[in-house]
Write a protein that binds this ligand. Structure first.
Ligand code: KIV
Length: 271
């Protein structure tokens, strides 16, 4: 199957049109120049420099420790490589919860210094004033509801969210508030697919699901998970589209053998 490659940059307006026309949106995370260039050439429409970089790039147990400046550093490389995809930078834990002023100041700094097109932050009604201020300041904002990993210590783990009626009702209410406040899209993470469809039908902006079934307007996965580089991580919602962990270990094993038996470098590979 051939992939349609955009010859213009993706915009938030275009994403909304895709929802209206029923065209699904493909998003992945990325954290560096080299892999982003491949994603962009393959035709990915949105790239999230997720705070999952805290786990994937930095090796932390949680997303909580990563800082604004670390996110900016990683995002610069992604932005340099993304010619077509819309790039979203995640606002880290502690960078938007203190006050509306703090949230807007950090959002503007992150956009200006990283070159990203938009920011993403986690939460509903409780962060609505911050979202309103950002949108008013001209910052495109992506919301994130359901499993919000920055709240792992409050939620008590990474389990399925909104299983009961009360949480599902609040999530639907929050999604409508984010939509009205001007979010250009909302991530729905690890919630029942029936609820994800209900949210998707109730908001005008696109919903992007991860572990939320196939009725959202688009999907996002963590790149290293879907490429099979994060070998031990196999939750139900994850499909590994490649087993690059095996490929990398095989290649490195061959390299080690070739160094040991001196078959590398050969005469042709020497000066
Ligand atoms: O940080 C991240 O990678 C995310 C995605 C899982 C949506 O927020």
């Amino acid at each position: 199957m051939s992939v349609h490659i955009q010859n213009t940059r993706m915009t938030t307006t275009r994403l909304r049109k895709m929802k209206e026309q029923g065209e699904k949106i493909a998003m992945l995370t990325s954290y560096d120049f080299t892999l982003t260039r491949l994603l962009d050439e393959a035709g990915i429409e949105m790239i999230l420099v997720g705070d999952s970089a805290s786990n994937i790039v930095c090796g932390n147990k949680y997303t909580l420790p990563i800082t604004v400046d670390e996110m900016i550093f990683l995002t610069r490389g992604v932005v340099r490589a993304a010619e077509h995809a819309l790039v979203v930078i995640d606002m880290p834990f502690g960078s938007y919860q203190v006050s509306e002023e703090q949230a807007v100041t950090n959002a503007l700094k992150m956009i200006k210094e990283s070159g990203a097109d938009a920011v993403k932050l986690e939460g509903g009604e409780e962060i609505l004033p911050a979202i309103r201020h950002m949108v008013k300041a001209g910052v495109p904002v992506m919301g994130h509801l359901g499993l919000t990993p920055q709240s792992v210590n409050q939620l008590g783990g990474y389990g399925l969210r909104a299983k009961d009626d009360a949480e599902a009702t609040k999530l639907l209410h929050d999604a409508k508030l984010l939509d009205e406040a001007g979010c250009f899209a909302i991530v729905l993470e690890k919630i029942p697919s029936v609820l994800a469809k209900q949210v998707t039908d109730s908001v005008s902006c696109p919903t992007i699901g991860i572990g939320a079934g196939n009725q959202t307007d688009g999907q996002v996965l963590v790149l290293h998970d879907m490429l099979g580089l994060n070998e031990g991580f196999k939750p139900k919602f994850l499909r590994q589209f490649a087993q690059l962990g095996e490929t990398v270990k095989g290649a490195v094993g061959e390299y080690i053998s070739a160094v040991k038996d001196q078959s590398f470098p050969s005469d042709q590979e020497s000066y």
